[in-house]
Write a protein that binds this ligand. Structure first.
Ligand SMILES: Cc1ncc(COP(=O)(O)O)c(C=O)c1O
Length: 401
């Protein structure tokens, strides 16, 4: 008996994947040539699985700000936000986010994972209830595990099921409803207006994770709550810098008058080092750039719709009926086809994400593309073309259209 024996099932599943040369979960990017092109295994490859929605990783202002911050402050803070890890620029980033979201309060965390983990775990006390969508991200589930609250799950994006669950919670209990704006695997949007309205009808506090909707949803790029005009129903918005903002880090914004006390009780905020100056500076510059990036947003949506329409008309089994987000995913029948498709697509010069359980809902296998605002129309057409060639090579049956 060994403590590692419990992972034998995972090891066996991984060992059974039929890839020949490149392990889909151990890809190395040898060179990054731009937001949309990298060198993998010595070949130029279109990057179609990066979450770099707004293409901010090579934003000139963000890069210049990062370089200047290293010169001015060094490479790291070597401390927690509550000790020596808060510099003037950390406060400036929080102020920038307050302005961007038009909120009173903001806390910047070292990752998006920690932001959600921290908020959910800190708010869920012993007699409280946390109500979550069954398909929510691991950071929300982990926050629930770390909390002392009772956890109630409802069916993915099912408002009626959510209301039924809420009805059963004892009256007078404190309740936190946690949902995402956009779900990262299938790329489907939450019916956020209806969900937040039901949550408020039952007196719940609400937290919306806009990790995959910030940057390109809503007029200013604040997320789905902005797009649907329901920001006033979201008590807390959580987000990440690792997707549309093009770096790393996380944040939570709120107008709750007591919000700032979380700086003293939120363990994933306190017991970790703060973000380094270069990251803080590039995040600040990228968020300012996003707020005036209407054209980029429009091009991103054009790309997403073009890709979705192209794959759908080719007969792929799409995860959503229309392009609800820049995440465009197709179902693959099993791990065998999934792995062979992924490897062959890479051979064709396109990197997408092979998404498998437990990251995916209901045990499905997906080929997931995340579109970037910097993809050209030609690149989108190439992705569609190479998906079709790959389907033929692995004998994936496409629907008759
Ligand atoms: C919904 C959601 N929340 C939080 C995170 C964590 O973000 P980060 O990469 O900043 O840790 C992710 C990342 O995939 C996510 O999809």
């Amino acid at each position: 008996m060994d403590l590692f024996d419990k992972f034998d099932g995972v090891a066996a599943l991984h060992a059974s994947l039929p890839f020949k040369d490149v392990d889909p979960f151990k890809v190395v990017m040898d060179k990054i040539l731009s937001e949309t092109v990298a060198v993998i295994n010595g070949r130029e490859t279109i990057m179609a699985g990066t979450n770099n929605y707004m293409g901010m990783t090579f934003n000139e202002e963000a890069m210049e700000a990062a370089k200047a911050a290293i010169d001015a402050y060094g490479t790291g803070t070597t401390g927690s936000r509550v000790l020596n890890g808060t510099y003037g620029i950390h406060k400036e980033l929080e102020a920038t986010l307050c302005e961007f979201y038009d909120t009173e309060h903001c806390m910047v965390f070292s990752t998006g994972y920690q932001a959600t983990l921290g908020l959910v775990s800190a708010l869920g006390g012993k007699d409280d209830y946390i109500i979550i969508d069954a398909d929510c991200h691991a950071s929300i589930y982990d926050g629930c595990s770390m909390s002392n609250a009772t956890i109630v799950r409802f069916k993915h994006n099912d408002v009626e099921n959510m209301e039924r669950r809420l009805k059963r919670i004892p009256e007078g209990a404190n309740k936190l409803v946690v949902v995402e704006g956009m779900y990262s695997m299938l790329g489907d949007a939450a019916p956020l207006k209806e969900m937040l309205e039901v949550a408020k009808k039952y007196g719940c506090m609400t937290l919306v994770d806009e990790a995959h909707s910030m940057g390109f949803c809503g007029e200013k790029g604040r997320g789905i709550a902005e797009e649907l005009g329901v920001e006033h129903l979201a008590d807390i918005v959580v987000g990440t810098f690792s997707k549309s903002v093009g770096t790393v880090g996380g944040f939570a914004v709120s107008n709750h008058p007591k919000f700032d006390i979380l700086r003293f009780v939120c363990r994933p905020y306190i017991f970790t080092a703060s973000l380094p100056p270069s990251v803080i500076a590039s995040a600040t510059a990228a968020i300012k750039a996003i707020s005036r990036s209407g054209n980029r947003r429009a091009h991103l949506w054009e790309n997403a719709r073009r890709l979705h329409a192209g794959l759908k008309s080719a007969g792929f089994d799409m995860c959503t009926n229309t392009a609800e987000s820049p995440i465009v995913a197709v179902h693959l029948p099993d791990p065998d086809v999934g792995t062979r498709f992924w490897e062959q697509l890479l051979e064709e010069g396109v990197y997408a994400n092979m998404a498998a359980p437990p990251a995916t809902p209901s045990g499905v296998f997906l080929m997931r593309v995340s579109v970037c605002a910097q993809h050209t129309t030609d690149q989108i057409d190439e992705i569609i073309k190479r998906f079709k060639v790959t389907a033929e090579k692995v004998a994936l049956e496409l629907r008759n259209t």
